[in-house]
Design a protein around this ligand. Sequence first.
Ligand code: IPD
Ligand code: CA
Ligand code: CA
Ligand code: CA
Length: 262
Amino acid sequence: MNLSQLDTLAQDIIIRAGERIKQSLHKEMTITEKSSPSDLVTNIDMETEQFFVKEVSEALPEHRLLGEEGFGDTITDWDGYVWIVDPIDGTTNFINQQRNFCITVGIYKDGVGELGYIYQVMTGELISAIRGQGAYQNGVLLPRLKNVEFEDSLIGVNASWVAPNRHIDHHQVAKLIKRVRGTRSYGSAALEISYVVTGRLDAYFSMRLSAWDVAGGMVIANEVGALCGTLGGGEFDLLKKQPFIIANPALFEELVKDYLIS
Ligand code: IPD
Ligand code: CA
Ligand code: CA
Ligand code: CA
């Protein structure tokens, strides 16, 4: 199967997974706590991931799958093809708002991101990319990001980073917030990444993200010239839960150097 056929297959699975999620909104859902009362999972997160595992293993038995809910494979290396899947990114939004959540998928070959997807289920917006072939918004080529001035920028920031916390100097984040045009907080890493690659936000950062939150978005980011990394500006390691930033290239360096490295 070539990359274009793989892209068609992946988009088909993602759209069908989204249809199942929409249908499930009419039924009662089961909500379970994971690590804390603010870390929730529903039966729909789990069923959606199981759907991906079934579809991928039937179509491509040699491909492996890493999913947030643990129904895929245990991944300790990146040999061959690995699908990195967050079946619902923004579970809290899914539960409380029934909107503002995404399915996001990255398909990596030998550790290199080949295909990336962020699908906003309730609006039908699908951002997709094949490495080296551009990024698309429902089939329309996305332009590369234009330069933006710091003072004109809009950035995605979680309010908890301005309160004292153990990850980052909140005084620095407060200074940053005063300097930019505005901040937004959407509650789904993949949604915020999709906003950066389409220029609706100019940067987004978060302290603890995992491979499934960012793998698809990182492939898309490359195609529009957005820069991704850890808050120190280094490469994001997909095997670790880590700080993550994506930004317009005009902001990236100053953002990490002057505001985010503590
Ligand atoms: C979460 C969301 C949230 C981010 C968390 C993630 P989930 O993913 O992306 O915006 O702040 O760190 O874990 O659990 O809803 O898939
Ligand atoms: Ca989760
Ligand atoms: Ca997630
Ligand atoms: Ca999730």
